[in-house]
Design a protein around this ligand. Structure first.
Ligand code: MLC
Ligand code: AMP
Length: 493
């Protein structure tokens, strides 16, 4: 049986989820997920890795659907609740999903799927009681596909098995000493590993409680913290930046009240993007905690972490987690010691494959089986420190990974745009913000309403925030755009 589900049987009356002000026990989660699983099976013995996509806001129902897909032997494909139809359609097409389970709020958004594909739509509210047996799902089977941007234009589906997921969860539970009295606030999107694995699944693995806040809002977060239930918090650096900015505007007595409340927390973690030392220091002033910074990736879960007990080194991501092999390698994939190199990772935590992309899967591993992250680091006094990435085409904004090439491909389909180049501009709040240099088509002005046009085609967080128009792009002798020359243009403007 799937281990997280099996363990839940031992926590039956404890609260697993708190959402929209209501508590749900592990027993209720087991019952609801069984009911949905039997509905999906509809008399079949096993879904046999059929892809089941779902679009449900962060809530008890989200978790029940995710577990149901696993328990019925399917592959769970969570869809982002803020994506436009174009992005949703891409995932349905790529996975060839058998069905999409939707919450009522998304009925209109998903309706065209039934016309465009042979995919059935399942209204979560319409799922009734069915009787039957659930299959025994082996841990080597595929469990989940999460979409991630890379150095190729379109996002790739990262396939993890139950074994990968179990390994990713259990290494964090051990390292950060999760226990059943923990209560964590989950305000992260649930189509990425940070929200799904580090927060939700680690809590449920441990018999702890995961409380959802579907939309980030600094004031609401502090109100919940002052409620006194929550003792573990994990977020991306942008969220800590926003919380600090909010706190700084409060009257002193409010600040003191919040600081006293936060001191009682057991653990606070930052990840998904580099944590600026200034943010770490200010958050220490706000909360009394030295944030625990860790490093991970959709393809590997978490790999490197500062210690739970012991020195958390600002500006560093820590050491390899137990069970995860980490090395630094040069451009020929030879291990390097004492100098900068690419972080490469091996272990049961590492994903199985990119969905339907054999070539891309092969080229992301070395000949001897190490996964190539593309992140460059050094080791200082035993702690890894990230120096940058080996591609200018990957942007991290608000903790989201964004492909410059994907945005460029979309921009080039606008008839008013002849050429373009997209880059990341360093930013204290967002890590990077997206900048686009546009060369308008012959005789055309800079396109009107570009933002609205893009919003139909790309998720909001992939929309450039800053634009510059040029007559032509700078190129080297080989004709390749020299993106490094573009950054100063944004900094000057
Ligand atoms: C939104 N805005 C941005 C932006 N996103 N501006 C610049 N860059 C961006 N990326 C703008 C919006 O257009 C809007 O402006 C305003 O900011 C508020 O938008 P919003 O969508 O309401 O933002 P908000 O809800 O505040 O979201 C911010 C956030 C969110 C930090 C909560 O970005 C978030 O949830 N990030 C987490 C992503 C994540 O989980 N990553 C993990 C990947 S897994 P206007 O003008 O339109 O009002 C991974 C592996 C690992 O990385 O190691 O964990
Ligand atoms: P994603 O593909 O969305 O899972 O993002 C993974 C990427 O996030 C990694 O390859 C890193 O570039 C980045 N990342 C995650 N954690 C950290 C961190 N603590 N410091 C710097 N970068 C990080």
């Amino acid at each position: 049986m799937i281990q997280i589900v099996q363990q839940a049987q031992g926590f039956s009356e404890r609260t697993a989820i708190r959402s929209y002000g209501q508590n749900y026990s592990y027993q209720t989660l087991l019952e609801k997920s069984e009911q949905i699983a039997l509905h999906l099976l509809n008399g079949r013995a096993d879904l046999n890795e059929a892809r089941i996509a779902f679009i449900v806001n962060p809530s008890f129902e989200y978790v029940a659907v995710q577990w149901a897909i696993w328990r019925a032997g399917g592959i769970a494909v969570p869809l982002c609740v803020s994506h436009p139809y174009a992005s949703i359609k891409y995932v349905i097409e790529d996975t060839r999903a058998e069905s999409v389970i939707y919450e009522k709020a998304f009925q209109d958004l998903v309706a065209p799927i039934a016309v465009d594909f042979q995919t059935s739509l399942i209204d979560l509210d319409e799922i009734g009681i069915t009787v039957g047996l659930l299959p025994d799902v082996h841990r080597d089977r595929r469990a989940m596909i999460l979409y991630t941007s890379g150095t190729t234009g379109q996002p790739k589906g990262v396939v993890t098995t139950h074994k990968n997921i179990e390994t990713q969860i259990s290494s964090l539970v051990e390292a950060w000493e999760w226990n059943q009295d923990d209560q964590i606030l989950n305000l992260l999107p649930l189509h990425h590993v940070h929200g799904i694995i580090n927060v939700l699944s680690c809590a449920l693995w441990s018999g702890a409680c995961c409380e959802f806040l579907p939309k980030f809002d600094a004031g609401t977060v502090f109100d919940i913290f002052l409620g006194g239930r929550i003792n573990v918090f994990m977020a991306v650096p942008t969220i800590f930046y926003k919380l600090i900015a909010y706190w700084q505007e409060l009257p002193v007595e409010e600040q003191v009240r919040i600081t006293e409340g936060l001191r009682k927390f057991r653990l606070m973690v930052s990840g998904s993007a580099a944590l600026p030392v200034s943010t770490l220091e200010k958050w220490q002033e706000v909360s009394g905690h030295v944030l625990l910074e860790r490093y991970g990736m959709t393809e590997i879960g978490m790999a490197i972490s500062n210690p739970y007990r012991g020195v958390r080194k600002p500006g560093h991501i820590g050491m390899a987690l137990a069970g995860v092999q980490v090395r630094l390698a040069d451009e020929e994939d030879k291990e390097v010691k004492g100098e900068a190199g690419e972080i490469q990772v091996k272990g049961d935590n590492v994903f199985l494959e990119y969905w339907n992309k054999e070539e891309a899967t092969k080229s992301s591993f070395t000949n001897d089986g190490w996964f190539k992250t593309g992140d460059i680091a050094v080791v200082e006094d035993g702690y890894y420190k990230i120096l940058g990435r080996n591609s200018v085409d990957i942007i991290k904004s608000g903790g989201y990974k964004i492909s410059a090439l994907e945005i460029e491909e979309v921009l080039r389909t606008n008839e008013a745009i002849k050429d373009c180049a997209v880059i990341g501009i360093p930013d204290a709040e967002w890590g990077e913000i997206i900048g686009a240099v546009i060369v308008p088509s012959e005789g055309k002005a800079f396109p009107d309403n570009l933002k609205a046009w893009l919003l139909d085609r790309l998720p909001k967080y992939k929309i450039p925030r800053s634009y510059i128009a040029l007559d032509e792009l700078p190129r080297n002798a080989m004709g390749k755009v020299t993106k490094k020359e573009l950054l100063p243009l944004f900094q000057e403007s």
